[in-house]
Design a protein around this ligand. Structure first.
Ligand code: FAD
Length: 43
């Protein structure tokens, strides 16, 4: 059974935390919940 991680907030910290969690465990199902229209990103 896959594990789930819910990240609340798509500003600076949320996507960084989500990406790091996926690096640590690629099978982790990560969902980011952002109340605004956009999430931040850095190429
Ligand atoms: C005017 C200003 C200028 C700045 N300039 C710089 C700069 O030049 N360089 C720099 O390094 N830093 C700068 N900062 C600081 C930087 O913006 C913050 O340190 C950084 O954004 C904090 O990241 P965070 O992920 O903790 O919070 P945030 O970036 O605030 O992200 C939090 C996110 O969570 C979402 N959210 C909140 N509640 C909920 C909810 N209940 N459900 C779903 N989503 C939710 C919000 O919509 C938001 O998108 C500046 C800050 C301000 C205010």
């Amino acid at each position: 059974m896959s594990q789930n991680l819910i990240v609340v907030g798509g500003g600076a910290g949320g996507p960084s935390a989500a990406a790091e969690a996926k690096r640590a465990d690629p099978k982790l199902v990560v969902t980011i919940i952002e109340e605004g229209e956009h999430v931040s990103y850095a190429a």
